[in-house]
Design a protein around this ligand. Structure first.
Ligand code: ADP
Ligand code: MG
Length: 327
């Protein structure tokens, strides 16, 4: 497994436990692809964004911005609240239309509140935004890199979208049956036919169904999408990646690559007379055995622990250099 291979797909998801270096890796990969001449979008889905810090310029505001000083590179720090608001409106309209169509004379507000004020709704809204980026921005860019703490949610939602799709298919079918019955029973068939063509509930359902199906087809196609997981040599972050990998394969999503970050250089440990680093390196070696056991042939790159935070282009290029050496 190598890096080149993983970067050949158009959509690249970077996941892992918090603080392991996802944003650093996503930024480095995006920079490398852009410098190779590919029009690249780096999309951050974190509640707290850090692209602005890494690239040392203001990239906030929820819109796509070109990254100054680097040709072909664009950034988007998705405003989750905005995405939730937009998605809430969509779902509200659908519910309102549905209740009206079903001639259920109730106030839709409590239904809308129940549907949209649970924690899973935020995940669903993020996933919806992700689908929009894949299906719309996908036409404008050669590469899109998703920096997302919520990769587990995305994976789960992709899995759920299969079931959701089946359910939508049934709802659409029954809606079509009802409408065709209405047509048969009506005197003015042409008028009913016109109404059916404009039926907002059916159109909405079809749109949602198409969106899920198209996005799912892309995300589960190994020639279009790859998942890269970042781990540091600690038990906790390894087990997070292990769980993600299991989810990925359970949902028939393309196999993934692993990058190991924050490795303490062995020669530093040998020079350290206090023994502190030696002990850290011993622990690291034990965890590396674990990493090899779980992810062996999926390891695509390694990055050392630097004495400082990774900020700015110079640091990112150091990361790229290490990653180019492979796993
Ligand atoms: N190899 C490394 N050496 C030193 N610091 C690193 C390294 N990788 C990441 N960092 C630093 O660790 C912190 C967390 O990295 P970040 O990419 O923001 O993690 P995540 O996106 O997974 O939460 C940042 O301050 C970053 O600069
Ligand atoms: Mg991050």
């Amino acid at each position: 497994m190598n890096m080149e291979n993983k970067l050949s797909s158009k959509f690249i998801f970077v996941g892992g436990k918090g603080g392991v270096g996802k944003t650093v890796v996503a930024s480095a990969l995006a920079l490398r692809l852009a410098e190779k001449g590919m029009k690249t979008l780096l999309a951050s889905f974190n509640p707290v964004h850090s692209l602005s810090t890494i690239f040392q310029q203001d990239l906030s505001g929820g819109t796509i911005k070109p990254i100054a000083g680097i040709e072909n590179l664009y950034a988007l720090e998705v405003e989750i609240d905005e995405a939730v608001e937009k998605y809430r409106d969509q779902i509200s309209n659908l519910l309102r239309e549905f209740l009206k169509w079903a001639e259920i004379p109730v106030d839709p507000k409590p239904f809308i509140d129940i549907a949209t004020t649970n924690p899973a709704f935020q995940e669903a809204a993020s996933f919806d935004k992700m689908m929009d980026i894949i299906l719309i921005e996908g036409n404008q860019y050669d590469k899109i890199i998703f920096d997302t703490a919520a990769v587990a949610n995305a994976i789960r939602l992709i899995g759920l979208s299969k079931i959701y799709g089946l359910w939508l298919q049934r709802v659409i079918k029954s809606r079509q049956e009802t409408l065709s019955l209405r047509k048969q029973l009506s005197w003015r068939k042409d008028k009913v036919e016109e109404e059916i063509k404009k039926d907002p509930v059916l159109l909405n359902l079809l749109n949602i169904y198409n969106k899920y199906t198209n996005a799912r087809n892309i995300i589960t196609d190994p020639s279009k999408t790859s998942f890269i997981f970042v781990t540091i040599p600690t038990v906790l972050s390894i087990s997070v990646v292990k769980r993600f990998m299991e989810m990925v394969s359970a949902y028939e999503i393309p196999s993934s690559g692993v990058i190991i970050n924050m490795l303490i250089p062995e020669d530093e440990a040998i020079r350290d007379e206090t023994g502190f680093l030696k002990s850290k390196v011993n622990e690291q070696n034990m965890n590396l055995e674990l990493i090899n056991k779980y992810f062996g042939n999926q390891i695509i790159g390694k990055i050392h622990l630097y004495p400082n935070d990774v900020i700015g282009l110079e640091d990112l290029r150091k990361v790229i250099n290490e990653l180019e050496k492979g796993g």
